[in-house]
Structure formats: C-alpha cells, structure tokens
Design a protein around this ligand. Sequence first.
Ligand code: F6P
Length: 549
Amino acid sequence: MPHPSLTSLPAFADLQAHYAHASQWQLRQLFAGDPQRFKRFSVEAAGLLLDYSKNRISEETLALLLRLAQERDLEARRDAMFAGEKINATEQRAVLHTALRAPRGAGPTLDGQDVTQEVHAVLDHMRRFSEQVRSGQWLGCSGKAITDIVNIGIGGSDLGPEMVTRALRPLVHPRLSLHFVSNVDGHDLDAALSGLDPETTLFVIASKTFTTRETMMNAHSARSWFLKKRGEADLPRHFVAVSTNTDGVRQFGIDPENMFPFWDWVGGRYSVWSAIGLPVALAIGFERFREFLDGAHAMDQHFRTEPLARNMPVLLGLIGLWYRNFFHYGSVSIAPYHQDLSQFPAYLQQLGMESNGKQVTFDGGPVGIDTCPVIWGDVGTNGQHAYFQLLHQGTDVTPTDFIAALTPAHGLPGHHAVLLANCFAQAEAFMKGKTADEVRAEMQAQKLSNEQVEQLVPHRTFPGNRPSNMILMEALTPAALGALIALYEHKTFVQGVMWDVNSFDQWGVELGKVLAKNIESELEGQPRPELHDSSTNALIARARACLNL
Ligand code: F6P
C-alpha cells in the first residue's frame, strides 16, 4: 500500500497555516518572552545534551510536527527497523546496524536466528586479532611488530573508520600509525605508502562488495608494492579483508581465515560498527571500541523507547524538516568545535545525502517535496575565518549544528575556554544578530561622525534570527562519539520516513560508475564516439593525447 503523501496529511496543512505567523517570529523576542526557553527546549540522553532552544519554534510548532510524525506512523516504522523487517524495499534487505552494537543475545531474529550471535562471533575475532597486533604477538613476515595500518576502502568503508580513528586520536596505540586510502587517484596510495616498510605494514582491504573499482585497484597496487619487496608466502601476515564477499576475498588472494565478515543488512554508510570498524579496534583497543558500540546502543535505546516529544533524534529530524519543507532552506552546516572531529562533516555528508538525497518515494512516485538539504561544514574556529561571514550576513539562511566537548583531551592551558567561548558566541550571534540601532549607538560611543555612522550601519548590521542546535558532551570519549553518530543516523532515518524515501539504497551512484567503465576502456583502447556527446568526446580525445604519448 503506498503511503499518503506528506503534504496530504492533516498536520501538514496545519503546519502551513502555523508557518504563516511562525515565519515572522524573532528568536530574540522568543527568548525575551520566556526565561524558561532553554529548559523547555533542551534534552539529555546517552551522555549528550541537545539545546534546541535557538530554533524558530514554539511548543505549538513541535506539537504539530509531532502530530505529523504520528500521522506518518513514525513509531511503527522505527519499530519495524529494529525488528529486522525488510524495510530496504528496493534491495529486499533488513536494516540492522543497531544489532551491531546490541548486547549478545539481545536479538532481533532474522530467518529464525538471533543476529547478535553472528555479530558477536565476528566481534570476538576482532578482539583476538586487535589484541594480537597491539601486543606485538601478530608479527610481520620478518618477525617485526606491525607499526603501520593502511585501510583501503571508500565511502562507508573509509569515512567511518577514518573519522572515528581521528576523533579518538589521543587513545591510539603509540606504536601504530593509521593511514586511510580511498581515492583511485594514485596520489592517495602513493602518499600513504611513501616511507612505509612492507615488513611492518598491515593492509586492511575494506569493501562490502569487494568489487568497488577504486578499492580493488588500490588493493592490487598495494599488493604489487608489497610483492616488490616480499614474496607471496608473506602476504597472509600483511593483508586482511573486511567484506561480505568471501569468494571475492579468496580470489584476491586473502585467506578467508583472515577475513572479517559482515552482512548485507549493514548499509555501507552505517557500517562503522561492524568489522569495517576494525582499524578503530586496532587503533584504540577492543575495550574502547566496545565503549564506542555501547554509546551508540544507549542512543538506540533512547530512540526506541523515549516518547517522541523528548526523543533527541526525532526532535532533530523534525526541526530539520521544518526548515527544509516550510522555510525552504537548502543546506545545513555542521560546526564541530573540536579539531579531532574534523572529518565529521564529511562523514555526515555520506550519511545524510546518500541516504535521503532521493526524489522518489517507496512506491516509485515523485516525492513532491524537497528532501535532503546539502550538508557541509568544518571545524570551529577555522570556519569563522572562512565562510561564517555568509552564515551571519549572506542572503541564505543555513541552520547550523554546533558540537562541542566540555573538557579537552590536551593539557594546554587556556585554549579550551577560548574555543568554547567562540562556539557559544557564534550560536548567540546567529540568534541575536545586531540591530541598526545597536550598531549606531556603538559607533556614536566611539565618536564617529554622523556621516561615517550612517555609511557603516547597513554593513555592520546582523539580521540574526538564524537557527542553530548545540550538542554538548562531557568529553569526546568513545561512548560519546558512538552516541553522537547514532543520533545522526536516527535523525536521518526519521527524515527518510517523513519524506517516504528509502534511506538505505543508493541507486544514484550507479550511472556514473557505468559510464566511467566505458570511458576507461576508451582512454587506453578504441574510442567509441557514438556513445557520447561532443563535449565528452573532446575531453576523451584530449586525455588520450596525453595518456598515450
Ligand atoms: O558507490 C557508493 C557505495 O556503494 C557506498 O554506498 C559504499 O559505502 C561505497 O560505495 C563503498 O562500497 P564497498 O564497501 O562495497 O566497496
């Protein structure tokens, strides 16, 4: 049965009527009129505090959005995901990344089997292997301990482990350096391999399908690099695989004994909790990796059981929808005020945009409403000196998520207070802005002439009323990071349900892959101009002239 369109639901019409006056509200005035606003619009769960008070919402807005979610059957669809129903309809798959972080024996069952049994069998293997490598028991072919780990993967087989390993940098084993190679551009692998010793390097070839062109090419090149110095017999100590494709792994020449499997019900962008997280376990140790899983599990429990009105991912998802479908804001920015979260915006790009960058609903009809906004961002305070100008005074409004840890992992005096002050100040400035009268009074106090004042007033005025969320944690621990990622996963799920798109397929990446295959053969073989337009043919001819010199 096709779901009714979002716009046909009764609460949608009510929200539209509500928007007509809500769009006139000023955040400044909302704060001035309600000293309890922070208390009213903040929630804590799984070690995270979400302050959503600096949004253009009232209790009525939220009540209407929650009604819309109920009319959309959000709770039933959430429960279907947790229960292992095949909600990824275009691929006929269950969606069970939540089972990857559940305690042993907690279910759910899939084809009559408790999936956490298989999950924990692989986790046990990861534990053994990571302990051996970290303790120096797992030695390279010449008897030396492993010093460098090169993860070769792309998309979900790269972004998660890289982002998490960087985020937890202070916990990385001092003997180990982690490298991540994803791009088919040989400069990536070349840079990673420079200075590495094959006798102390471990390659993790990570690919759900074990067919992805970039990963396979990099893996073969890494193998050739290794074989220049060492023999075939030495490979097993230096190459392991993470995949769902045992045959592909075997054909590549990796012993399935050294393979860490996962399952088709784990989407690539939801896979850091599976064996795809092996580099994380190697880097920070299995116990800390388990804490990471536990943090995510705590957020799962919250999402699953907390009433919608106090449910963090639900609130984030619905407020995002409010801006996207009523205010028509086209992008959201992510501002982690933590250098170790520098890869988090890129991680969220894949999570959000590959999941919900869709234009048809489950039944294949046009979605008829804007779906995922562009997701982008960078760490604070760097962004302040680059693109925040546009966020404050540009013609587009960009809702922003600020993320910060209250305590640092370093001991440098003073830095953290300055960092947090900037984070809170930016959110305050977005919200309050600066009126022309305030600007005028300030400049008059500086004794500027009336002419100077009037010339500068429009430039120095800030419109304000720019929304943001603030997400705080005590410290960037494995558990807090796990909860943070799971929060955004569930936010993505909530929005996918509301827009009625399948958040778990990614057909949009296929066309380019197929065309690249054709062009690849034409660059070095016979051109086939009948396949292309004049632009593509000219580009191919230009490249052939250089490549075949
Ligand atoms: O092309 C997109 C994609 O399929 C992503 O969804 C996925 O994370 C990435 O490629 C890598 O895929 P694999 O792990 O199968 O190599």
